[in-house]
Design a protein around this ligand. Structure first.
Ligand SMILES: [Zn+2]
Length: 387
């Protein structure tokens, strides 16, 4: 097991260590911040701090509880996260199947601790996992003062069937935590959490990690060269988990890089003179799995922002630096104006709301294309000259 040290977040760690020393650490915390910045990693660090025999500015990392915790084997630290729904299991069998799936995943994690981070719509936190949490919360801790529960991507409790039930069961635990139970929830979409869960957890924002730290991490842990590490760190904007998702995997594009390119096609189609270009992009999406579009729309916004920057002559402000020449050419050919581009963001926001509601992705994308075309009013140079 080679769990790498927490990257960055020094300020948050300092505040947590001080609160722990002073006995003022809240029993239910919500670590929120961008996807992949290391919130669950930080939650595991805090869990180690809580069980450590000699805590200081952090867990000592050498006592027996620290060592057990860092190999994910501490009996009082329980890490929950979204899982795929086990097939052919209902009721009590589902509860057991989810627990075995979680243990398998933990075992995988011990062998392969570097996880790329992006939206994966097939996973969720099912009621069965909350039933497991509740049962464990009422048991006596084995060696620590109380059990520590980490619930990663806690917003995954919400957009699914039986969601209300799962969320309410967790809510009851947060409301009346038995004994010295501690909860550390993490979320990159705290707005999707039930307001009642939000109101019972103390929020703590986890910011981005410095560019050089992310680049160094990629170089050290993935073996990519400095140029690739720099490219992925730039696109990931301070998120080591997202940086990993940009890197090629087994000769294929990284999942986020694939999405970034599709977002580029989408923006190009929306500003193209051929209506059929948009249609082709829309039907190239599978008819289900809208939550994956959330990342796609973030990239769409980045591309639009870049087009806006180029249209305004601020080429040095762009995010997708590797595409500057194509953006310049496109802005010129389509006579895109910074004002029209600025009004197009509302269309992306509307599409994002629909994706969160799990609407058919083909419908969401074709609607977005239509709205973008309307907002951007793109026209090629020749047509403009002859009109
Ligand atoms: Zn320790």
């Amino acid at each position: 097991m080679s769990m790498h040290p927490v990257l960055g977040h020094e300020g948050v760690r300092h505040a947590l260590a001080r609160a722990h020393r002073q006995g003022t650490l809240p029993s239910s915390l919500l670590l929120h911040g961008a996807r992949g910045v290391g919130k669950q990693h930080l939650a595991l660090w805090l869990a180690r701090l809580l069980v450590c025999e000699r805590p200081g500015e952090g867990p000592c990392e050498t006592c027996a509880p620290c060592r057990m915790a860092s190999s994910l084997e501490h009996p009082d630290i329980h890490w929950y996260f979204p899982l795929e729904r086990p097939k052919n299991a209902t009721g009590d069998r589902l509860v057991d199947a989810l627990e075995s799936a979680r243990h398998e995943e933990l075992d995988d994690f011990r062998h392969k601790p570097l996880r790329p981070s992006w939206w994966d719509e097939v996973r969720a936190i099912y009621l069965g996992s909350v039933v497991n949490i509740r049962a464990r919360a009422h048991k006596h801790p084995t060696m620590a003062e109380g059990p520590v529960f980490i619930v990663g991507q806690a917003e995954s409790l919400v957009p699914q069937e039986a969601s209300q039930e799962a969320a309410n069961a967790l809510l009851k635990l947060l409301e009346e935590p038995p004994g010295n139970v501690r909860f550390i929830l993490t979320s990159s979409e705290p707005g999707l959490l039930l307001p009642t869960i939000r109101s019972r957890t103390v929020p703590l924002h986890v910011g981005p990690v410095g560019h050089d730290v992310v680049r160094g991490f990629l170089e050290t842990h993935t073996g990519v060269d400095r140029k690739v590490a720099d490219w992925a760190a730039t696109l990931a904007q301070g998120s080591p988990g997202r940086a990993l998702a940009f890197l090629p995997d087994d000769g294929e594009l990284g999942p986020l890089e694939a999405l970034r390119r599709r977002a580029f096609e989408l923006v190009m189609a929306a500003t193209s003179t051929q209506a059929s270009a948009g249609y082709e992009v829309a039907i190239s999406f599978p008819p289900a799995g809208a939550r994956r579009l959330i990342d796609l729309f973030s990239f769409t916004e980045e591309w639009l922002r870049d087009l806006g920057a180029v249209a305004a002559g601020a080429d040095d402000q762009i995010f997708n630096r590797d595409a500057l020449a194509r953006l310049q050419k496109h802005v010129k050919a389509m006579q895109l104006s910074p004002v029209a581009i600025a009004t197009s963001f509302a269309a992306v926001e509307r599409a994002r709301e629909l994706a969160r509601g799990n609407v058919n992705p083909q419908l969401v994308v074709s609607g977005l294309l239509r709205d973008l075309r309307r907002a951007l009013g793109a026209r090629p140079v020749l047509a403009a000259m002859s009109s």
